[in-house]
Write a protein that binds this ligand. Structure first.
Ligand code: B3K
Ligand code: ZN
Length: 854
């Protein structure tokens, strides 16, 4: 099922749609088992496709009731993927094509198209779900105005755009902005709203609502505040104003991802919008803020300007992630946000880019587009924009964006269009830069240094490793931000940007009085892996003196990784220099607590496995787990006399506030409690659990106790308190699996799937258990292969119900080539079993085949 598969779609095959769609009118008559959908498509010939053309409409699983052209019935028989009408059967010029179909939302467990969740009707159309609602040219470059009528006996009936009329059991909506079908949405249910309003910069009054199930109103205030902050920020920073009279957000429990940016009617996984002090952690609050902003920002980067075809997905996703990262960075702490984003990039995107699923930021072929909503398209897509901005500078970035909005508003655009505005305003040739979009794989930046006679020479080399389908690569243009620091800690060469575009290049700095220590890739100026041999003294020096907050953290991180690697492969002892440096950082009151909390966190086991593999070792999951435990213990012992004082200093008293400063203190306190637990058997953490006044503290303490094997009483208490709360119970499911001892993990998972609260049809619950399982590195990779078998069994089961989520969760297997032969064989056998399973979906089939490279 590789590129040769007949179902493969290629970028190079793009051609515009045969017709223009001038308007569409939809009428829904809702019924769980038999919803009727009438569609009137106002079509006209597309001048870009001369000659009279056939009409091809996409459609899947639809029961066709009737079809007519200009009011005259037409006898047509749909095939498995849609409906064709020969040109000869169509009038010349414009015409109206009408269809009526029947669909059954209650049986839709794939959660794509129109489906039901707790009695509520809801849609998810991106990428290709609209074709499960009606026959339609379901492609992003067909943009039109939608008028929608909903008939149904439910109190709340919502669609895109502005409300125009409503009556007993019906409502009509009109969206004045042309949009592709993937942005269509409909919601109908017994919902209550949390209302507010916003006045835009030009004085337009916008009604805002968050619609939830009765009982959830108390968890909406944070989401609403985040929405208003995002609306204001987009006006102030990008000059982008909202463009409808109303903006609705709906929370739904069964959802395949975080949220969806449908025009004027964002639909959210309830996990990504609901938050209250006693049910959501600080991390949840931050995530809600950023996802609300992300979906809102799509209104311009995605909706007003959309993608010509799905290969251009990063045009909207990379840019919108970049914008939401900037937003969080402005609202919170910029260095902390950067570190968190880089941690996530390395954990998910570098992992993807270094394995069998590697693909370019702009892929050039796919079988199932839903499989390309990846860390590469999203997070690397955002990094590419960050690099572009570093290269052209802030002023040209702003000018390029203004030009992009002015030129492409109302259009379906491409990466070429995007790069053209940057080339135009900056006068740069971006041909080489474009390789970031077309070449997969994480470049390795090799650094060597020389010091002689007052001259410091920095030599950079880049390697672009082969990835599936791309054996050879040309050098990329890598922006490398560097600074040179003198022996007394002063910057002798302040930050400058090297535009490194050759395979190898040397940069010479003359007239220096003493050997400088270079700080390289400041702010993580490019998504690359740096290979540089640095002495422990120099790393410790950077850790103490680097003026770049990111690199200061990075120095500690790299030292920690090197040390852990030696503990794993050479049974080395924890290095005293590392322990004292970590202590200095943890107790440095001039640094913000959130930053110190991040510094205390050791590299994850998966990160260590990747690091060891890259260095030519075969990672041993049990040894990694043990070394990390040992280093945690050594850190705790090092800081023992001072931990209790720091723990109480970081206590945040009084009513809960989700602000970044309070959250940072709580994070540091939990980090300290985690260390203390290794010394006191968990008594401080237990006390923190019972004294907790918010979910951050109680859940944090619970995780610490489970980690040291002392969590059972607290776990039972937690379940008793929150058994009726679905979002909190997701945490309860996940934490037990995530913190299970490796040898016990498979049993924990089996027991949890028997729990009355386990529901395979709810993606949040499934992800809680099986996402946590794949993330428990040592547990998942237990030598008996029980984790692999369990994941395969459950993916096969889930695939019959919900292919999209099954396919996404299968990435637990993507790192198989790193491990020893036995584990490789077991993982490959699990993937083969998936491939051979009956009724395998295109989604999971493509993923398994790519991981097996066939
Ligand atoms: N655009 C949606 C993701 C749709 C995923 C389809 N499989 C959410 C977002 O990125 O904002
Ligand atoms: Zn998005």
């Amino acid at each position: 099922m590789t590129a040769a598969d007949p179902r493969t779609i290629y970028l190079s095959d793009y051609q515009p749609y045969s017709h223009l769609l001038e308007q569409v009118e939809l009428c829904f008559h809702l019924d769980p088992a038999a919803t009727r959908v009438k569609a009137r498509l106002h079509m006209a010939p597309n001048p870009l496709r001369p000659g009279k053309q056939d009409v091809r409409l996409d459609g899947e699983g639809l029961k066709l009731i009737s079809c007519a052209v200009n009011g005259e019935a037409l006898n047509v028989v749909p095939d498995a993927t849609g409906l064709s009408i020969a040109a000869a059967r169509l009038p010349s010029g414009a015409f109206v094509l009408e269809t009526e179909v029947e669909i059954a939302p209650e049986g839709n467990t794939a959660l794509e198209g129109l489906y039901m969740s707790n009695g509520m009707y809801c849609t998810q159309c991106e990428a290709e779900g609209f074709r499960k609602i009606t026959f339609y040219p379901d492609r992003p470059d067909v943009m039109t105005r939608f008028k929608v009528r909903i008939e149904g006996d439910l109190p709340v009936l919502l669609s895109n755009g502005n409300p125009v009329a409503q009556g007993e059991a019906w409502a009509e909506w009109d969206d004045p902005w042309p949009k592709p079908a993937y942005l269509f949405a409909l919601v109908a249910g017994d919902l209550v709203n949390f209302p507010d309003h916003f006045t835009t910069m030009s004085g337009r009054e916008v009604a805002l609502n968050i619609w939830v199930r009765p009982g959830d109103e108390g968890r909406c205030a944070w989401g609403m505040a985040s929405l208003k902050a995002a609306m204001l920020w987009d006006e102030q920073v990008y000059g982008r104003e909202y463009d409808l009279d109303i903006f609705n957000i709906v929370a739904v429990d069964d959802f395949n991802m975080g949220a969806m940016e449908n025009k004027g009617l964002n639909i959210f996984n309830s996990k990504a919008v609901l938050a209250s002090a006693d049910t959501a952690t600080d991390d949840d609050f931050a995530r809600v803020e950023s996802i609300i902003a992300h979906e809102y920002f799509h209104n311009w980067t995605g909706n007003r300007i959309t993608c010509r075809d799905w290969f251009q997905l990063c045009l909207k996703e990379g840019l919108t992630v970049y914008r939401d990262q900037q937003f969080s960075s402005d609202l919170r702490s910029a260095p902390v946000k950067r570190i968190q984003d880089v941690l996530a990039l390395r954990a998910r995107q570098f992992r993807e880019d270094g394995g069998p699923l590697a693909h370019p930021v702009r892929p050039d072929h796919y079988i199932e587009i839903n499989n390309f909503y990846t860390a590469t398209v999203y997070e690397k897509g955002a990094e590419v924009i960050g690099m572009l901005r570093r290269l052209v500078g802030d002023a040209d970035y702003a000018r390029a964006l203004d030009l992009y909005f002015a030129r492409h508003d109302g259009q379906a655009a491409t990466i070429e269009d995007w790069l053209a505005v940057f080339a135009e305003v900056s006068g740069r040739d971006l041909t080489q830069f474009k390789l970031w979009y077309t070449q997969a794989g994480t470049p390795v930046l090799k650094v060597s240094e020389d010091w002689a006679d007052g001259r410091y020479t920095l030599t950079l080399e880049q390697e672009n490793p082969p990835t599936p389908g791309q054996p050879e690569k040309a050098p990329k243009l890598i922006p490398v931000a560097i600074g040179l620091i003198g022996p007394n800690g002063d910057e002798v060469v302040p930050t400058q940007l090297l535009e490194f575009g050759e395979a190898k290049h040397s940069y010479v700095y003359d007239g220096l009085g003493a050997r400088p220590v270079a700080s390289i890739l400041r702010g993580f100026s490019a998504p690359v892996i740096v290979e540089r041999s640095v002495s422990i003294e120099d790393r410790a020096f950077l850790l103490a003196h680097d003026s770049d907050a990111f690199n200061r953290w990075e120095a500690g991180r790299t030292l920690g990784k090197e040390l852990l690697a030696r503990m794993i492969t050479e049974a080395a002892e924890p290095l005293p220099e590392f322990l004292t440096a970590m202590e200095a950082l943890a107790f440095d009151d001039t640094l913000e607590p959130a930053y110190r909390a991040l510094a205390l966190r050791l590299p994850s086991e998966d990160d260590m496995a990747a690091t060891l593999f890259a260095a030519g070792h075969v990672p041993d999951p049990a040894a990694i787990h043990a070394a990390r435990d040992a280093l945690h213990l050594a850190m705790a012992q090092q800081m023992r006399p001072r931990l209790a004082a720091l723990e109480s200093a970081m206590h945040v008293p009084g009513a809960y506030s989700a602000d970044a400063a309070s959250a940072g203190k709580r994070a540091l306190r939990l980090g300290v409690l985690g260390l203390l637990a290794r010394l006191d058997g968990g008594s401080a953490a237990r006390e923190a659990y019972y004294d907790a006044s918010n979910m951050t503290e109680s859940f944090g303490a619970l995780a610490i106790l489970l980690e040291i094997g002392e969590g059972s009483t607290v776990l039972a208490d937690f379940e008793e308190k929150f058994q009726d709360d679905r979002l909190v119970m997701d945490k309860w499911f996940a934490v037990q699996v995530a913190c299970a001892k490796p040898e016990a993990m498979a049993d924990v998972v089996r027991d949890l799937t028997q729990h009355r609260g386990f529901d395979i049809k709810n993606p949040n619950r499934f992800r809680a258990v099986f996402g946590a399982m794949a993330a428990n590195h040592a547990g998942f990779h237990e030598a008996d292969g029980a984790g692999y078998d369990l994941l395969a069994d459950w993916l096969i089961k889930l695939d019959r119900l919900n292919p999209q989520t099954a396919a996404r969760m299968s990435t637990g297997f993507e790192s198989w080539p790193r491990y020893d032969i036995d584990r490789q064989e077991m993982m490959r056998a699990a993937l083969e079993r998936i491939l051979a399973s009956k009724g395998l979906s295109r989604d999971l089939g493509e993923m398994a085949a790519r991981m097996l490279a066939r």
